[in-house]
Design a binder for this molecule. Structure first.
Ligand SMILES: [Zn+2]
Length: 460
């Protein structure tokens, strides 16, 4: 009798053990990512004014290669989703980003905080609606071309996100970092202040973050790469559309890994330029250098990213120093045509609204992938000091700093750069139509908001 009881007991324990193992295996198979991908050509079909350089005097003349928007949809086992959109564009104006986000919410049910819109900041792409408004004096026909292009673009981007979400299937995601050396700090000291040039001593972030997306069998489906450097190898004399170095890098990787999609995300490279620059050959060379850095990373053992996803999008009010009406009136006589144009616009705003707001509501998005990878996506043209400081101070295992996200409305200078002056601190705001420069608290406000959001996201 005793022996029989013991037998049953042993059998029972074994059964429970097997069931547990089974459950664990099931759990393991459930705890995987799903990923979906999509791409769409966004090359303008007719000549269009090109963005990024004020001195251009005619619309585009053909293309070097096509411009793309690409999307990576991620879904964790709990069904939480994030769609990263990358574009070969100068930047999303807030109005364009919100139009896309609303369409995505309506048609795909995706909340705003789960959509991350980024731009490569190519300077050989089209002008997009409501972006860098003081830079160009377009005639009505050119305005119409930009407006039609932007309307079609918004539709294309909404469709792109839907397509990526419909494409999701089981995926493995891993992460690594490489390095590419062509970025150089561009804030060069001169007797008349800081000028755009080459400053080999200045801070720069040459890291190349890489996200690898494989299918369930381990075949490469997509690679997302980052780099913190202006897409300005090609200067203002170029009238052919292209993605500049980051366009060439995407093409090189897609050629090297047939069937895989390559996506490019800009880092905090507002004060970095490619070096050397100004020929098409150099743009291609830098693109290939970036692609090579990425493929080195892909060849190595990468860090697996666990399948869990948390996202947050919040706003912080940044202080802007708004000049007086008298100051704008004086600027109407300025010898600089852009300052004149800007002053006219500001006076018109003052007449219409009575006053100009002295703050800007700045969007910050934090996305936590697994336990270890934190994407911090900052709006505007963010200088390198933010990435360097966040890497030091943010209590996360691996940080991927992203700039030019969701709303590209101004340069985002640090306190150091505000004090030094120069283009990123002062004059760039004129082209963007900002009322005035940021005040010094800007840096601390952004850094502390990011810290707060990162800790909330980690604690969720
Ligand atoms: Zn820029």
């Amino acid at each position: 009798m005793m022996i029989q009881k013991t037998r049953w007991l042993v059998l029972g324990i074994l059964c429970v053990g097997v069931m547990r193992l089974d459950l664990r295996a099931n759990e393991k198979s459930l705890k995987t990512w799903k990923a979906g991908l999509a791409k769409v050509v966004i090359t303008p079909e007719q000549p269009i004014w090109m963005s990024g350089y004020a001195r251009r005097n005619k619309p585009s003349e053909g293309k070097v290669h096509d411009l793309y928007a690409k999307a990576l949809a991620l879904e964790d086992p709990a069904g939480k989703r994030l769609v990263l959109v990358t574009t070969d564009l100068i930047g999303f104006s807030r109005s364009l980003a919100e139009q896309v986000a609303q369409g995505v919410r309506r048609r795909a049910g995706l909340a705003r905080e789960r959509l991350l819109l980024t731009s490569s900041h190519t300077h050989t792409g089209p002008v997009v609606r409501d972006s860098l408004i003081t830079m160009y004096e377009l005639n009505p026909q050119q305005v119409e071309v930009v407006s039609q292009y932007s309307a079609k673009l918004a539709e294309q981007l909404i469709g792109l996100v839907e397509q990526a979400l419909e494409d999701v299937s089981t995926a493995k995601i891993s992460y690594g970092t490489g390095q590419a050396d062509f970025a150089v700090n561009r804030r060069a000291a001169s007797p008349t202040g800081v000028k755009i040039g080459v400053n080999p001593e200045g801070p720069v972030d040459r890291s190349v973050p890489v996200l690898r997306i494989d299918d369930r069998h381990g075949n490469l489906r997509a690679v997302v790469m980052g780099y913190a450097c202006h897409n300005t190898t090609l200067t203002g004399e170029f009238y052919q559309l292209s993605g500049d170095y980051s366009g060439f890098a995407q093409y090189a990787l897609e050629q090297q890994y047939p069937g895989a999609l390559a996506l490019f995300v800009m880092g905090c490279g507002a004060d970095a330029n490619p070096n050397p620059r100004s020929t098409l050959e150099l743009a291609e060379r830098h693109g290939k250098a970036l692609a090579k850095a990425v493929s080195h990373v892909l060849d190595r053992q990468l860090q697996t990213v666990q399948a869990s996803l948390k996202t947050k999008l919040e706003f912080v009010k940044l202080p802007v120093v708004v000049p007086s009406r008298e100051e704008f009136q004086t600027r109407l006589q300025d010898k600089d045509v852009y300052r004149q144009r800007h002053a006219r616009r500001m006076l018109q705003l003052l007449d219409e609204r009575g006053k100009i707001p002295a703050t800007y509501s700045y969007p910050i998005q934090v996305c936590q992938l697994g336990r270890d990878l934190t994407l911090v996506a900052l709006a505007g043209e963010v200088v390198v000091d933010y990435a360097l400081r966040l890497r030091q101070e943010l209590k996360v295992k691996t940080l991927w700093p992203i700039g030019y996200a969701n709303d590209v409305f101004a340069y985002i200078p640090s306190v150091r750069i505000l004090r030094e002056g120069g283009y990123e601190a002062l004059s760039s705001g004129i082209y963007y139509g900002m009322p005035g420069p940021f005040a010094e608290p800007v840096e601390e406000l952004i850094i502390s908001k990011v810290k707060d959001m990162a800790s909330k996201v980690q604690g969720q």
